[in-house]
Design a protein around this ligand. Structure first.
Ligand code: NDP
Length: 325
């Protein structure tokens, strides 16, 4: 076996809470897990602020600190954590062949997929053009650059609501653009948004074009879908917060996916359609705050809501079953 080829018992792709939690359990079971961290080591929590409802942090915790702690805990039991991106997998034979961008080819007895999800974009040409110079997918990362300015955000879910209230603290004015006349966000977040004086809701509206010049964004054209009328908002920042899509491209054609491209598991188990390829056994609800009929989904978002919970949303976390690992 060449030095670039390696056999591993348990390979985990992804380093969000799902990846590291899987690693802690696998390492404690003496499976000597190797984690490939992916593009964003620590996952999406590294670009968030306070997490208020992760058990064990009575005062709340900053997202990056939480991920640092999870990484340390996984390392404490001997997890081999590597900075690198998996570029291809071949699940047709076991051990599974996995190629990473550090030049390694690994043969994994068991593969745990914890690749999470990525932000969705509107798909406007101008959105792409001004990405990074006025268009952003993360208010907590970029909001600082728009202090005392007017900005706009699109989306009606909890992310948009949370980011709008965050921006409202920094910015002069926040236009929140939503395509319907009712927010999808939880009641507690809706209440916050609607009671923040410098957030103006633009209902039944969609962004049509990001306006700007060489120095960046200087406006946003918004159309009311009911009246057909367009108006230009004088904003210097535009934040897109319209949800996420699962990072499952690597597995297309190799694992069964559902209509939204989430990986399917066998009912009541963590097993995908290929034996030995597992998902971390976490209910999506634990992280997203929304009851999901599909417990096998792994789109990680922290629960960091200060507001109250509806009782039917209080669904717990399943235990890990790494015996099959
Ligand atoms: P969601 O899918 O909940 O919301 C996406 C929003 O974007 C919806 O309002 C949707 O509109 C709108 N949207 C989608 N596509 C488009 C488009 N092309 N153009 C215009 N608008 C669009 O995603 P979130 O990221 O907000 O939340 C994901 C999950 O994470 C949820 O379960 C949420 O509860 C959870 N979360 C929890 C938090 C917390 O507890 N603190 C914080 C953040 C997220 P429409 O409503 O019309 O479909």
């Amino acid at each position: 076996m060449s030095e670039n080829t390696e056999n591993v018992r348990c390979l985990i792709i992804g380093s969000g809470p799902a990846g590291y939690t899987s690693a802690i359990y696998a390492a404690r079971a003496d499976l000597k897990p190797v984690v490939y961290q992916g593009m964003q080591p620590g996952g999406q929590l590294t670009i968030t602020t306070e997490v208020d409802n992760f058990p064990g942090y009575p005062e709340g915790v900053e997202g990056p600190k939480l991920m640092e702690d999870l990484q340390k805990q996984a390392e404490r039991f001997g997890t081999d954590i590597r900075f690198g991106v998996v570029t291809s997998v071949d699940l047709s034979n076991r051990p599974f062949k996995v190629v990473a961008d550090d030049g390694k080819t690994l043969y994994a007895e068991t593969l745990v997929i914890a690749t999470g999800a990525s932000a969705k974009w509107l798909g406007l040409e101008s959105e792409k053009k001004f990405m990074g110079s006025g268009v952003s997918g993360c208010a907590t990362c970029d909001g600082f650059f728009y202090r005392k300015q007017d900005v706009a955000i699109v989306g009606g879910g909890d992310t948009a609501a949370e980011e709008a209230t965050y921006l409202a603290k920094l910015c002069n004015k926040v236009y929140m653009i939503h395509r319907r006349d009712e927010l999808r966000a939880s009641k507690a977040m809706q209440h916050k948004v609607l009671n923040t004086p410098n957030i103006e809701m633009l209902w039944d509206s969609v962004p049509e074009e990001v306006l700007g010049d060489m120095s960046g964004v200087n406006g946003l054209r918004v159309r009311n879908v009911k009246t057909g009328e367009s108006r230009d908002l004088a904003v210097t920042g535009f934040f897109v917060a319209i949800g996420h899509k699962p990072n499952t491209e690597l597995f297309v054609g190799q694992l069964e996916l559902d209509e939204m491209s989430y990986i399917k598991t066998k009912p009541g188990t963590t097993q995908t359609s290929v034996e030995g390829v597992l998902l971390p056994a976490m209910y999506r609800i634990t992280i997203t705050g929304r009851p999901s009929p599909l417990p096998e989904r792994v789109a990680w978002r922290p629960l960091k809501q200060n507001g109250s919970w509806a009782p039917e949303q209080m669904i717990g976390q399943r235990t890990f079953n790494l015996k099959i690992c």
